[in-house]
Design a protein around this ligand. Sequence first.
Ligand SMILES: Nc1ncnc2c1ncn2[C@@H]1O[C@H](COP(=O)(O)OP(=O)(O)O)[C@@H](O)[C@H]1O
Ligand SMILES: [Mg+2]
Length: 241
Amino acid sequence: MPDIISLNDVSKVYGKVIKTKVLKDVNISFEEGTFNSIIGASGSGKSTLLNIMGTLDKPTTGEIYINGVRTDTMKKNELLELRNKTIGFIFQFHYLLPEFTVLENVMMPYMIGNSKPSREILERANELLELVGLSKVKNNFANNISGGQQERTAIARALINNPKIVLSDEPTGNLDSEATVNIYKLLRGINEKMKTTFIVITHDNRIAEKADRIVEIKDGKVIGDSFKEKWPSYRCLVLRM
Ligand SMILES: Nc1ncnc2c1ncn2[C@@H]1O[C@H](COP(=O)(O)OP(=O)(O)O)[C@@H](O)[C@H]1O
Ligand SMILES: [Mg+2]
């Protein structure tokens, strides 16, 4: 499969007077359809990296390619369109709109460019709500459901425009361990069913270990990068020695 995201020599410096380099010459690519996790200590630069990959933030130097198209030089309105069509975001703080229902929240990314939901989008929203197990509460207001259900609403919302990529920053950070495992299974299932590329920042080892690839960040650098399919051959190599 081709790469869907590529970063070439990406650096990020915060601050004008006191400059802090939080990403240092990062070179990394992600293959289409894979499930990737990013791990690293707090403050290592994970969120900065994810935001830059998702075009929410610009690199100070370096190039970003999404689906073969360079994005770091794009204008705001071009980026808006690219993001809305290609990338779904799931953050720990869901930013659901409490005065709208679960169903309306799921359709919100579509509603940004359209005044009325089409029948297709309504059908898709209902299918996604079925997939994430929220059909029963779809007409509840978004602040009238549990934390786990809010997380599921945010997942369905991230998928409404059928994005090629889902970027997720500590999606289960405030859920208990059972809910965490269930959310992970859900994301993995979506990855397998829809071939959506996932890049998930996590501090939860159970999520990281089940990904196809684990990227480790330390002090703004990639210090570890392991692919699951390479683990068995690595083990053979060790055994042969
Ligand atoms: N907007 C900002 N302005 C200045 N410094 C920032 C900003 N955002 C993040 N940082 C700093 O960049 C470093 C990396 O942050 P972040 O990417 O959020 O790390 P992580 O997600 O791994 O915890 C931290 O030292 C943080 O304080
Ligand atoms: Mg972070």
